[in-house]
Write a protein that binds this ligand. Sequence first.
Ligand SMILES: N[C@@H](CCC(=O)N[C@@H](CS)C(=O)NCC(=O)O)C(=O)O
Length: 229
Amino acid sequence: MDHHHHQAQAERPEEAEEEKEKVTLHGFWSSPYVHKVIWALQLKGVDYDYVEEDLGNKSAQLLEQLNPVHGKVPVLVHRGKPVAESDVIVEFIDDAWNNRGRRRILPEDPYERAMARLTARFQQDQLSPAIWRWFTTSGEEQEAARDAAVEQLLELGFADLSLGPLAYVVPIYEEIVGVRLVTEERFPSLTAWMARFLGSPVVRDHLPPMDQLRRRYQAVREAFLKRAG
Ligand SMILES: N[C@@H](CCC(=O)N[C@@H](CS)C(=O)NCC(=O)O)C(=O)O
């Protein structure tokens, strides 16, 4: 396992003390779900240690203690207690570091909060599975998957952190497949939002290495197509 320490720039000196409480993120280098959590930690200015999990050979700690239900990353450990599921972790971070006027990630207004949670659920349950299906199929099956993904994308009224991971995986998928899914013509505001999202400092400075990511997803797609054919 690979360990790193990420020092967030403390906005005010008195924050240095409280940040000493230990926070560890267990992740995988390419994972968009893990990156969503990294961005939330950065937005809040939380210092944390990072532990890389080998998903091909999961640790006993991951399977037995950190996430016995799904065995997935991200898992955030705070004061020795693990929290799994990226959207739950983002809300936990928002609530646990909510003092001294820190910025909120979720909106304050209850209705707006409910809408943000719906977006997160939509991303997990509908949008990402549809895009993944498009990415891992070919021929007629891929065309059908493309129509389904476009349907889902057209549902998007607004976008926030829970959709952010799409901003970096979709362009990579498109490059590998050699076909655009999210075109400027069809999705002008979504493409503009993706460009803005990727250009913002917190995201720009905390993205996986793109060459490695391209190679990984290329291999994933080839494996899926081989299995299907
Ligand atoms: N719903 C989960 C999804 C996390 C997820 O799919 N993690 C992947 C890495 S991108 C994983 O750990 N996969 C290992 C496995 O499925 O066995 C979340 O939001 O945290």
